[in-house]
Design a protein around this ligand. Structure first.
Ligand SMILES: Nc1ncnc2c1ncn2[C@@H]1O[C@H](COP(=O)(O)OP(=O)(O)OP(=O)(O)O)[C@@H](O)[C@H]1O
Ligand SMILES: [Mg+2]
Length: 286
């Protein structure tokens, strides 16, 4: 009969049974993190601080709207996140990786639609699928992917149209489809619909919200318009005048899709506007 005591190692006998592991509740993923990021422009004659050091975090699937007076550094901030230029201080990381140059994980939709006039609508969208090494998919797959984005933008009927045959609102829809086609992790939108009439804007904001709900894209958008900010943002970050820094954040707690003309959106817009007006009260006290 074997001696059981000799077979069992003493450590195993003394160690109590391990407690069952309790996994902590998962924290929301922080997709984009800006730590102590600032920007100072230096020209031959002067130095100008565009952005004061700021910290900001954007979670996956969140839509953050940057709102502030002209010249407060909103476009500068998007340019830094896009990697078009480096910050003067601090670091920007996306999914833990430092942002050092432009990449297809962060795409910008500019104020100007920037479509190619020599390509038709679907080819403009397919162009978005091209990367440094050429096209990522076979042509039929590119066409299929581009078509699905055109459908989402309600532009499928116009796939063979040329750019000059489109209205301003249609061009912006195609530009949005092209920016979304490569499936960027973060979509940066710099005042996309400034020169459009109210009805077209209302429709485009409806489309953008559909995209938010369907694709759960992470979006950072810039606007001057408090109603647009309240309609689109999960969070509105209000900047001070130049050099821009964060004055206040307002969380917009309204279900989607939101109607830009709804009274509740108007209430948030009034709150955002009041914050901007408090900046000029501080500058010009009675
Ligand atoms: N490349 C540059 N060289 C020098 N100064 C710059 C450059 N880009 C921006 N600036 C300056 O930085 C400041 C912020 O500019 P930015 O374009 O970011 O403002 P903005 O908030 O986007 O304004 P707007 O609402 O009018 O578009 C401005 O004073 C601008 O003159
Ligand atoms: Mg700007």
């Amino acid at each position: 009969m074997p001696n059981v005591d000799l077979m069992d190692p003493p450590a195993a006998r003394e160690t109590p049974a391990p407690e069952p592991e309790v996994s902590p509740a998962p924290l929301p993923t922080v997709k984009l993190r800006l730590a102590n990021v600032s920007k100072t422009y230096q020209s031959a004659t002067q130095t100008g601080e565009a952005l004061a050091p700021l910290d900001m975090e954007v979670e996956e699937g969140e839509c953050v709207v940057i709102f502030g007076p002209s010249g407060c550094g909103k476009s500068t901030l998007l340019n830094l996140i896009a990697g078009f230029e480096p910050p003067t201080t601090g670091e920007i990381t996306l999914g833990g990786k430092p942002v050092t140059k432009p990449g297809s994980d962060r795409l910008m939709m500019f104020q100007e639609h920037a479509l190619f006039p020599w390509l038709n609508v679907i080819r403009n969208v397919m162009y978005g699928l091209k990367n440094e090494r050429g096209f990522r998919f076979r042509p039929w797959k590119q066409r299929e992917a581009a078509r699905s984005w055109l459908e989402l933008m309600h532009m499928e009927e116009f796939e063979t149209a040329l750019v000059h045959e489109l209205s301003g609102g249609m061009k912006q829809r195609i530009a949005l489809a092209r920016a979304l086609a490569p499936d960027p992790k973060v979509l940066l939108i710099d005042e996309p619909f400034p020169a459009l009439d109210a009805l077209t804007k209302t429709k485009l904001y409806g489309d953008l919200q559909e995209i938010l709900v369907r694709t759960k894209k992470t979006i950072i958008s810039v606007t001057h318009d408090p109603r647009e900010a309240a309609c689109l943002g999960d969070r509105v970050v209000i900047f001070t005048p130049r050099p821009g820094k964060i004055q206040r954040e307002i969380r917009v707690d309204l279900p989607r899709p939101r109607d830009i003309n709804a009274a509740e959106v108007g209430e948030y817009a009034a709150q955002i506007m009041a914050e901007l007006e408090s900046q000029s009260d501080e500058k010009h006290p009675d």
